[in-house]
Design a protein around this ligand. Sequence first.
Ligand SMILES: *Cc1c(COP(=O)(O)O)cnc(C)c1O
Length: 465
Amino acid sequence: MTQITNHMPTKELQALDAAHHMHPFTADAELAKKGARIITRGKGVYLNDSEGNEILDAMAGLWCVNLGYGRKDLAQVAARQMEELCYYNTFFQTSHVPAIALAAKIAELAPGDLNHVFYAGSGSEANDTNIRLVRRYWDVKGKPEKKVIIARKNGYHGSTMGGGSLGGMTGIWEQGGLPIPDITHIDQPYWYGEGGDMDRDEFGLMRARALETEIERIGADKVAAFIGEPVQGAGGVIIPPATYWPEIQRICEKHNVLLIADEVITGFGRTGNWFGSNTLGIKPHIMTIAKGLSSGYAPIGGSVVCDEIAATVGGAGDFNHGYTYSGHPVAAAVALRNLEIMEEESILDHVRNVAHPYLYERWKALEDHPLVGEAVLVGLMGSIAMTPDKKTRAAFASEAGTVGYRCRERCFANNLVMRHVGDRMIISPPLVIKPEEIDVFIKRATKSLDETYASLKADGLLTAA
Ligand SMILES: *Cc1c(COP(=O)(O)O)cnc(C)c1O
Protein backbone atom coordinates (compact mmCIF):
# COMPACT_ATOMS: atom_id res chain seq x y z
CA MET A 1 0.00 0.00 0.00
CA THR A 2 1.23 3.51 -0.79
CA GLN A 3 1.97 5.67 2.16
CA ILE A 4 -0.73 8.22 2.83
CA THR A 5 0.81 11.53 3.90
CA ASN A 6 0.17 15.24 4.19
CA HIS A 7 1.94 15.66 0.88
CA MET A 8 -0.50 13.67 -1.19
CA PRO A 9 -2.60 15.73 -3.60
CA THR A 10 -5.87 16.82 -1.99
CA LYS A 11 -7.95 15.03 -4.62
CA GLU A 12 -6.32 11.68 -3.83
CA LEU A 13 -6.81 12.14 -0.10
CA GLN A 14 -10.43 13.09 -0.68
CA ALA A 15 -11.00 10.03 -2.84
CA LEU A 16 -9.55 7.71 -0.19
CA ASP A 17 -11.54 9.50 2.49
CA ALA A 18 -14.75 9.04 0.52
CA ALA A 19 -13.94 5.40 -0.19
CA HIS A 20 -13.19 4.30 3.36
CA HIS A 21 -14.04 6.84 6.01
CA MET A 22 -17.56 7.20 7.41
CA HIS A 23 -17.90 10.68 8.96
CA PRO A 24 -19.85 11.57 12.10
CA PHE A 25 -23.02 13.64 11.61
CA THR A 26 -22.43 13.74 7.84
CA ALA A 27 -24.22 12.73 4.65
CA ASP A 28 -21.27 10.77 3.28
CA ALA A 29 -22.56 10.52 -0.29
CA GLU A 30 -22.96 14.28 -0.52
CA LEU A 31 -19.56 14.86 1.01
CA ALA A 32 -17.99 12.44 -1.48
CA LYS A 33 -19.17 14.63 -4.37
CA LYS A 34 -17.61 17.73 -2.91
CA GLY A 35 -14.60 16.27 -1.09
CA ALA A 36 -13.74 16.84 2.57
CA ARG A 37 -11.55 19.71 3.58
CA ILE A 38 -8.32 18.07 4.73
CA ILE A 39 -6.76 19.66 7.79
CA THR A 40 -3.03 19.08 7.99
CA ARG A 41 -1.69 21.00 10.98
CA GLY A 42 -2.49 23.55 13.62
CA LYS A 43 -0.72 26.25 15.57
CA GLY A 44 -2.35 28.50 18.14
CA VAL A 45 -5.78 29.53 16.83
CA TYR A 46 -4.91 28.66 13.23
CA LEU A 47 -5.30 25.50 11.17
CA ASN A 48 -3.73 24.67 7.83
CA ASP A 49 -5.41 22.63 5.13
CA SER A 50 -3.96 20.55 2.31
CA GLU A 51 -4.41 23.46 -0.10
CA GLY A 52 -2.18 25.69 1.99
CA ASN A 53 -4.93 27.85 3.47
CA GLU A 54 -4.55 29.30 6.93
CA ILE A 55 -7.87 29.04 8.73
CA LEU A 56 -8.83 30.79 11.95
CA ASP A 57 -10.62 28.21 14.09
CA ALA A 58 -13.26 30.08 16.04
CA MET A 59 -14.66 26.75 17.30
CA ALA A 60 -11.48 25.36 18.93
CA GLY A 61 -12.09 22.13 17.04
CA LEU A 62 -15.28 20.90 18.64
CA TRP A 63 -15.21 23.28 21.61
CA CYS A 64 -12.15 21.56 22.98
CA VAL A 65 -8.75 22.93 21.92
CA ASN A 66 -8.76 25.52 24.68
CA LEU A 67 -4.99 26.02 24.85
CA GLY A 68 -4.73 26.21 21.06
CA TYR A 69 -3.00 23.89 18.62
CA GLY A 70 0.59 22.71 18.48
CA ARG A 71 1.73 22.84 22.12
CA LYS A 72 4.98 20.93 22.43
CA ASP A 73 4.74 20.68 26.22
CA LEU A 74 1.57 18.60 25.96
CA ALA A 75 3.07 16.41 23.25
CA GLN A 76 6.12 15.78 25.42
CA VAL A 77 4.03 14.76 28.41
CA ALA A 78 2.21 12.24 26.22
CA ALA A 79 5.46 10.81 24.88
CA ARG A 80 6.99 10.54 28.33
CA GLN A 81 3.92 8.82 29.74
CA MET A 82 3.76 6.36 26.86
CA GLU A 83 7.31 5.34 27.54
CA GLU A 84 6.85 5.04 31.28
CA LEU A 85 3.46 3.33 31.42
CA CYS A 86 1.50 3.36 28.16
CA TYR A 87 -1.53 1.69 29.63
CA TYR A 88 -2.89 0.07 32.66
CA ASN A 89 -6.46 -0.29 33.80
CA THR A 90 -8.07 0.95 36.97
CA PHE A 91 -10.30 -2.10 37.42
CA PHE A 92 -9.60 -4.88 39.90
CA GLN A 93 -8.18 -2.80 42.74
CA THR A 94 -5.33 -1.19 40.77
CA SER A 95 -4.50 2.43 40.10
CA HIS A 96 -1.73 4.55 38.60
CA VAL A 97 -0.22 7.96 39.19
CA PRO A 98 -1.76 9.91 36.27
CA ALA A 99 -5.31 8.81 37.21
CA ILE A 100 -4.71 9.61 40.88
CA ALA A 101 -3.08 12.98 40.26
CA LEU A 102 -5.69 14.13 37.77
CA ALA A 103 -8.61 13.11 40.02
CA ALA A 104 -7.06 15.01 42.92
CA LYS A 105 -6.56 18.07 40.72
CA ILE A 106 -10.12 18.00 39.40
CA ALA A 107 -11.44 17.64 42.97
CA GLU A 108 -9.39 20.70 43.95
CA LEU A 109 -10.86 22.78 41.12
CA ALA A 110 -14.45 21.52 41.25
CA PRO A 111 -16.97 23.41 43.38
CA GLY A 112 -18.48 22.23 46.66
CA ASP A 113 -18.01 18.61 47.62
CA LEU A 114 -17.57 17.33 44.10
CA ASN A 115 -14.52 15.36 45.15
CA HIS A 116 -14.68 12.11 43.17
CA VAL A 117 -13.98 11.35 39.53
CA PHE A 118 -15.26 8.39 37.52
CA TYR A 119 -13.34 8.44 34.24
CA ALA A 120 -14.64 7.90 30.75
CA GLY A 121 -13.19 8.31 27.28
CA SER A 122 -15.62 11.03 26.17
CA GLY A 123 -18.56 13.18 27.17
CA SER A 124 -21.06 10.69 25.79
CA GLU A 125 -19.57 7.87 27.81
CA ALA A 126 -19.53 10.01 30.93
CA ASN A 127 -23.22 10.76 30.52
CA ASP A 128 -23.92 7.06 30.08
CA THR A 129 -22.08 6.60 33.37
CA ASN A 130 -24.29 9.28 34.93
CA ILE A 131 -27.47 7.44 33.99
CA ARG A 132 -26.20 4.30 35.70
CA LEU A 133 -24.75 6.21 38.63
CA VAL A 134 -27.92 8.08 39.61
CA ARG A 135 -30.12 5.01 39.18
CA ARG A 136 -27.71 2.93 41.20
CA TYR A 137 -27.64 5.63 43.87
CA TRP A 138 -31.40 5.59 44.39
CA ASP A 139 -31.42 1.82 44.23
CA VAL A 140 -28.92 1.61 47.08
CA LYS A 141 -30.98 4.21 48.98
CA GLY A 142 -33.91 1.80 48.83
CA LYS A 143 -35.78 3.76 46.17
CA PRO A 144 -35.37 1.65 43.03
CA GLU A 145 -38.43 3.23 41.46
CA LYS A 146 -36.67 6.60 41.37
CA LYS A 147 -35.11 6.26 37.94
CA VAL A 148 -36.60 8.77 35.50
CA ILE A 149 -34.18 11.41 34.27
CA ILE A 150 -35.60 14.69 33.07
CA ALA A 151 -33.62 16.52 30.39
CA ARG A 152 -34.39 19.24 27.87
CA LYS A 153 -35.47 19.57 24.28
CA ASN A 154 -32.58 20.79 22.14
CA GLY A 155 -30.08 19.82 24.83
CA TYR A 156 -26.97 17.94 23.77
CA HIS A 157 -25.39 15.22 25.87
CA GLY A 158 -23.60 13.09 23.28
CA SER A 159 -24.63 10.51 20.73
CA THR A 160 -24.37 7.10 22.39
CA MET A 161 -27.65 5.39 23.26
CA GLY A 162 -27.59 7.03 26.69
CA GLY A 163 -26.13 10.39 25.75
CA GLY A 164 -28.35 10.70 22.68
CA SER A 165 -31.39 9.84 24.81
CA LEU A 166 -30.58 12.49 27.40
CA GLY A 167 -30.13 14.96 24.57
CA GLY A 168 -33.23 16.49 23.11
CA MET A 169 -32.38 16.37 19.44
CA THR A 170 -35.05 14.67 17.38
CA GLY A 171 -32.65 14.13 14.47
CA ILE A 172 -30.74 11.76 16.74
CA TRP A 173 -33.83 10.07 18.20
CA GLU A 174 -35.16 9.27 14.74
CA GLN A 175 -32.21 7.01 14.04
CA GLY A 176 -31.89 3.91 16.19
CA GLY A 177 -34.81 3.80 18.59
CA LEU A 178 -33.98 6.62 21.00
CA PRO A 179 -34.72 7.84 23.60
CA ILE A 180 -34.31 4.80 25.81
CA PRO A 181 -37.03 4.35 28.48
CA ASP A 182 -37.43 6.57 31.54
CA ILE A 183 -35.97 9.74 30.08
CA THR A 184 -38.27 12.71 29.42
CA HIS A 185 -37.70 16.19 28.06
CA ILE A 186 -38.99 19.63 28.96
CA ASP A 187 -38.84 22.87 26.95
CA GLN A 188 -35.59 24.84 26.79
CA PRO A 189 -34.97 28.35 28.19
CA TYR A 190 -34.53 29.84 24.71
CA TRP A 191 -36.01 33.31 25.06
CA TYR A 192 -34.89 34.73 21.70
CA GLY A 193 -36.49 31.94 19.70
CA GLU A 194 -39.43 30.94 21.90
CA GLY A 195 -40.08 33.78 24.33
CA GLY A 196 -42.48 35.76 22.15
CA ASP A 197 -43.68 38.90 23.93
CA MET A 198 -42.76 37.63 27.37
CA ASP A 199 -40.26 39.39 29.57
CA ARG A 200 -36.94 37.54 29.51
CA ASP A 201 -36.82 36.81 33.24
CA GLU A 202 -40.46 35.79 33.40
CA PHE A 203 -39.81 33.40 30.54
CA GLY A 204 -36.80 31.96 32.37
CA LEU A 205 -38.96 31.26 35.41
CA MET A 206 -41.69 29.73 33.31
CA ARG A 207 -39.29 27.35 31.58
CA ALA A 208 -37.73 26.37 34.91
CA ARG A 209 -41.17 25.71 36.39
CA ALA A 210 -41.81 23.29 33.54
CA LEU A 211 -39.45 21.05 35.51
CA GLU A 212 -41.72 21.16 38.55
CA THR A 213 -44.77 20.41 36.41
CA GLU A 214 -42.95 17.44 34.89
CA ILE A 215 -41.81 16.13 38.29
CA GLU A 216 -45.36 16.36 39.58
CA ARG A 217 -46.74 14.66 36.47
CA ILE A 218 -44.33 11.72 36.87
CA GLY A 219 -44.27 11.73 40.69
CA ALA A 220 -41.20 12.88 42.62
CA ASP A 221 -40.79 9.34 43.96
CA LYS A 222 -40.00 8.23 40.41
CA VAL A 223 -37.62 11.00 39.35
CA ALA A 224 -33.90 10.35 39.82
CA ALA A 225 -32.28 13.41 38.31
CA PHE A 226 -32.42 16.46 36.09
CA ILE A 227 -29.63 17.08 33.59
CA GLY A 228 -28.81 20.29 31.75
CA GLU A 229 -25.92 22.17 30.22
CA PRO A 230 -25.30 25.39 32.19
CA VAL A 231 -25.25 27.09 28.78
CA GLN A 232 -26.57 25.00 25.88
CA GLY A 233 -23.76 24.53 23.38
CA ALA A 234 -24.63 22.37 20.39
CA GLY A 235 -28.21 23.62 20.65
CA GLY A 236 -26.98 27.05 19.50
CA VAL A 237 -25.14 28.63 22.45
CA ILE A 238 -28.27 29.55 24.32
CA ILE A 239 -27.58 31.54 27.48
CA PRO A 240 -30.53 31.10 29.81
CA PRO A 241 -32.23 34.08 31.50
CA ALA A 242 -30.69 34.83 34.93
CA THR A 243 -33.83 33.57 36.65
CA TYR A 244 -33.60 30.09 35.19
CA TRP A 245 -30.94 28.15 37.11
CA PRO A 246 -31.78 29.38 40.63
CA GLU A 247 -35.34 28.20 40.07
CA ILE A 248 -34.17 24.84 38.68
CA GLN A 249 -31.96 24.47 41.73
CA ARG A 250 -34.84 25.25 44.09
CA ILE A 251 -37.13 22.74 42.37
CA CYS A 252 -34.55 19.94 42.42
CA GLU A 253 -33.91 20.49 46.12
CA LYS A 254 -37.60 20.65 46.99
CA HIS A 255 -38.38 17.38 45.21
CA ASN A 256 -35.22 15.49 46.15
CA VAL A 257 -34.09 15.23 42.54
CA LEU A 258 -30.36 15.04 41.77
CA LEU A 259 -28.92 17.77 39.60
CA ILE A 260 -26.41 16.93 36.87
CA ALA A 261 -24.60 19.81 35.19
CA ASP A 262 -23.22 18.74 31.82
CA GLU A 263 -20.04 20.81 31.79
CA VAL A 264 -18.46 19.13 28.77
CA ILE A 265 -18.25 22.51 27.00
CA THR A 266 -18.65 24.93 29.90
CA GLY A 267 -15.99 23.30 32.07
CA PHE A 268 -12.36 24.38 32.35
CA GLY A 269 -12.53 28.07 31.66
CA ARG A 270 -14.92 28.35 28.76
CA THR A 271 -17.26 30.70 30.64
CA GLY A 272 -14.47 32.57 32.43
CA ASN A 273 -14.54 30.41 35.58
CA TRP A 274 -13.35 26.87 36.10
CA PHE A 275 -16.90 25.64 35.59
CA GLY A 276 -20.13 26.95 34.12
CA SER A 277 -21.70 26.03 37.44
CA ASN A 278 -19.55 28.75 39.06
CA THR A 279 -20.62 31.28 36.45
CA LEU A 280 -24.33 30.46 36.57
CA GLY A 281 -24.57 29.76 40.31
CA ILE A 282 -25.46 26.08 40.05
CA LYS A 283 -24.74 23.54 42.80
CA PRO A 284 -24.78 20.19 41.00
CA HIS A 285 -24.46 16.71 42.51
CA ILE A 286 -22.60 15.50 39.42
CA MET A 287 -20.76 17.30 36.63
CA THR A 288 -20.00 15.76 33.25
CA ILE A 289 -16.57 16.75 31.92
CA ALA A 290 -14.60 16.10 28.70
CA LYS A 291 -13.45 18.34 25.81
CA GLY A 292 -11.46 21.18 27.44
CA LEU A 293 -10.28 18.82 30.20
CA SER A 294 -7.38 17.87 27.92
CA SER A 295 -7.75 20.74 25.42
CA GLY A 296 -8.58 17.94 22.99
CA TYR A 297 -4.98 16.67 22.99
CA ALA A 298 -6.16 13.27 24.19
CA PRO A 299 -9.64 11.75 24.48
CA ILE A 300 -10.79 11.80 28.09
CA GLY A 301 -13.98 12.57 29.97
CA GLY A 302 -15.56 11.79 33.28
CA SER A 303 -18.18 12.32 35.94
CA VAL A 304 -17.28 14.49 38.92
CA VAL A 305 -19.36 13.18 41.78
CA CYS A 306 -20.28 14.60 45.19
CA ASP A 307 -19.29 12.95 48.48
CA GLU A 308 -22.73 11.54 49.26
CA ILE A 309 -23.27 9.80 45.91
CA ALA A 310 -19.71 8.47 45.79
CA ALA A 311 -19.99 7.11 49.33
CA THR A 312 -23.40 5.56 48.72
CA VAL A 313 -22.54 3.88 45.42
CA GLY A 314 -19.05 2.96 46.58
CA GLY A 315 -20.34 1.57 49.86
CA ALA A 316 -22.68 -0.95 48.34
CA GLY A 317 -20.43 -3.51 46.72
CA ASP A 318 -19.21 -3.51 43.13
CA PHE A 319 -20.51 -0.81 40.81
CA ASN A 320 -20.61 -2.95 37.68
CA HIS A 321 -19.53 -0.33 35.23
CA GLY A 322 -16.35 0.91 33.58
CA TYR A 323 -14.45 1.37 30.37
CA THR A 324 -11.17 -0.23 29.33
CA TYR A 325 -9.79 3.26 28.94
CA SER A 326 -11.27 4.77 32.14
CA GLY A 327 -8.46 7.00 33.40
CA HIS A 328 -6.12 6.09 30.53
CA PRO A 329 -2.65 7.10 31.80
CA VAL A 330 -1.58 8.98 28.67
CA ALA A 331 -4.84 10.92 28.44
CA ALA A 332 -4.81 11.59 32.19
CA ALA A 333 -1.21 12.83 32.13
CA VAL A 334 -1.99 15.16 29.23
CA ALA A 335 -5.15 16.44 30.94
CA LEU A 336 -3.27 17.10 34.18
CA ARG A 337 -0.56 19.04 32.36
CA ASN A 338 -3.27 20.96 30.48
CA LEU A 339 -4.82 22.07 33.79
CA GLU A 340 -1.43 22.98 35.22
CA ILE A 341 -0.66 25.11 32.17
CA MET A 342 -4.01 26.83 32.56
CA GLU A 343 -2.92 27.86 36.04
CA GLU A 344 0.68 28.69 35.17
CA GLU A 345 -0.37 30.88 32.27
CA SER A 346 -3.37 32.41 34.09
CA ILE A 347 -5.75 31.42 31.32
CA LEU A 348 -8.85 32.29 33.36
CA ASP A 349 -7.53 35.80 33.90
CA HIS A 350 -6.87 36.10 30.20
CA VAL A 351 -10.43 35.02 29.38
CA ARG A 352 -12.00 37.29 31.99
CA ASN A 353 -9.87 40.40 31.62
CA VAL A 354 -8.56 40.35 28.06
CA ALA A 355 -10.25 38.06 25.56
CA HIS A 356 -13.85 38.24 26.78
CA PRO A 357 -14.09 42.02 27.17
CA TYR A 358 -12.44 42.63 23.81
CA LEU A 359 -14.45 40.03 21.92
CA TYR A 360 -17.66 41.08 23.66
CA GLU A 361 -17.32 44.62 22.40
CA ARG A 362 -16.62 43.55 18.84
CA TRP A 363 -19.18 40.72 18.86
CA LYS A 364 -21.95 42.96 20.24
CA ALA A 365 -21.19 45.49 17.49
CA LEU A 366 -22.30 42.87 14.97
CA GLU A 367 -25.84 43.57 16.14
CA ASP A 368 -25.67 46.57 13.79
CA HIS A 369 -25.39 44.19 10.86
CA PRO A 370 -28.68 43.93 8.93
CA LEU A 371 -28.72 40.13 9.30
CA VAL A 372 -28.01 39.90 13.02
CA GLY A 373 -30.87 39.87 15.52
CA GLU A 374 -28.78 39.29 18.63
CA ALA A 375 -25.16 38.59 19.47
CA VAL A 376 -24.49 36.94 22.83
CA LEU A 377 -21.32 35.87 24.57
CA VAL A 378 -20.51 34.32 27.93
CA GLY A 379 -16.79 33.92 28.58
CA LEU A 380 -15.64 32.72 25.19
CA MET A 381 -18.73 30.94 23.94
CA GLY A 382 -21.15 32.92 21.86
CA SER A 383 -23.69 32.99 19.11
CA ILE A 384 -25.55 35.26 16.77
CA ALA A 385 -29.12 34.84 15.68
CA MET A 386 -29.73 35.72 12.06
CA THR A 387 -33.16 37.05 11.24
CA PRO A 388 -35.03 38.72 8.37
CA ASP A 389 -36.74 41.02 10.91
CA LYS A 390 -34.86 42.26 13.96
CA LYS A 391 -37.96 43.75 15.60
CA THR A 392 -40.05 40.62 15.69
CA ARG A 393 -37.04 38.21 15.97
CA ALA A 394 -38.72 36.29 13.13
CA ALA A 395 -37.35 33.08 11.69
CA PHE A 396 -36.68 32.88 7.97
CA ALA A 397 -39.34 31.49 5.64
CA SER A 398 -36.76 29.09 4.22
CA GLU A 399 -36.22 25.73 5.90
CA ALA A 400 -34.41 26.23 9.22
CA GLY A 401 -30.66 26.04 8.71
CA THR A 402 -30.69 27.23 5.09
CA VAL A 403 -29.30 30.63 5.99
CA GLY A 404 -26.98 29.27 8.65
CA TYR A 405 -25.50 26.78 6.20
CA ARG A 406 -24.94 29.54 3.64
CA CYS A 407 -23.16 31.65 6.20
CA ARG A 408 -21.00 28.74 7.31
CA GLU A 409 -19.99 28.12 3.70
CA ARG A 410 -19.04 31.79 3.30
CA CYS A 411 -16.97 31.55 6.50
CA PHE A 412 -15.20 28.46 5.17
CA ALA A 413 -14.44 30.27 1.92
CA ASN A 414 -13.03 33.17 3.97
CA ASN A 415 -10.79 30.89 6.03
CA LEU A 416 -12.85 31.06 9.18
CA VAL A 417 -14.42 28.18 11.07
CA MET A 418 -17.71 29.32 12.52
CA ARG A 419 -20.43 26.68 12.89
CA HIS A 420 -24.16 27.03 12.37
CA VAL A 421 -26.99 25.54 14.38
CA GLY A 422 -30.13 26.19 12.40
CA ASP A 423 -29.85 29.88 11.55
CA ARG A 424 -27.66 30.74 14.55
CA MET A 425 -23.92 31.04 14.10
CA ILE A 426 -21.91 29.79 17.05
CA ILE A 427 -18.37 30.33 18.29
CA SER A 428 -16.06 28.91 20.92
CA PRO A 429 -12.51 30.02 20.05
CA PRO A 430 -9.42 28.74 21.85
CA LEU A 431 -9.20 30.43 25.26
CA VAL A 432 -5.73 31.73 24.38
CA ILE A 433 -7.01 33.90 21.52
CA LYS A 434 -5.33 37.33 21.47
CA PRO A 435 -6.93 40.70 20.65
CA GLU A 436 -5.16 40.93 17.28
CA GLU A 437 -6.50 37.47 16.41
CA ILE A 438 -9.96 38.59 17.46
CA ASP A 439 -9.58 41.42 14.95
CA VAL A 440 -8.84 38.93 12.17
CA PHE A 441 -11.76 36.79 13.31
CA ILE A 442 -14.26 39.67 13.33
CA LYS A 443 -13.05 40.92 9.96
CA ARG A 444 -13.61 37.51 8.38
CA ALA A 445 -16.93 37.05 10.17
CA THR A 446 -18.19 40.44 8.98
CA LYS A 447 -17.16 39.71 5.41
CA SER A 448 -18.95 36.36 5.58
CA LEU A 449 -22.11 37.95 6.98
CA ASP A 450 -22.00 40.61 4.24
CA GLU A 451 -21.69 37.97 1.55
CA THR A 452 -24.46 35.89 3.09
CA TYR A 453 -26.72 38.93 3.23
CA ALA A 454 -26.01 39.80 -0.40
CA SER A 455 -26.70 36.25 -1.55
CA LEU A 456 -29.97 36.06 0.42
CA LYS A 457 -31.04 39.35 -1.11
CA ALA A 458 -30.17 38.16 -4.60
CA ASP A 459 -32.15 34.96 -4.10
CA GLY A 460 -35.14 36.61 -2.44
CA LEU A 461 -34.60 34.75 0.83
CA LEU A 462 -34.81 37.69 3.21
CA THR A 463 -38.41 36.90 4.08
CA ALA A 464 -39.93 36.08 7.43
CA ALA A 465 -41.72 32.82 8.14
C1 LIG B 1 -19.77 17.31 23.07
C2 LIG B 1 -20.71 17.14 24.21
C3 LIG B 1 -20.98 15.89 24.74
C4 LIG B 1 -20.46 14.63 24.13
O1 LIG B 1 -19.11 14.53 24.24
P1 LIG B 1 -18.31 13.49 23.26
O2 LIG B 1 -16.92 13.58 23.76
O3 LIG B 1 -18.52 13.99 21.87
O4 LIG B 1 -18.92 12.18 23.46
C5 LIG B 1 -21.78 15.82 25.86
N1 LIG B 1 -22.30 16.91 26.41
C6 LIG B 1 -22.08 18.13 25.92
C7 LIG B 1 -22.66 19.33 26.61
C8 LIG B 1 -21.30 18.30 24.78
O5 LIG B 1 -21.12 19.50 24.25
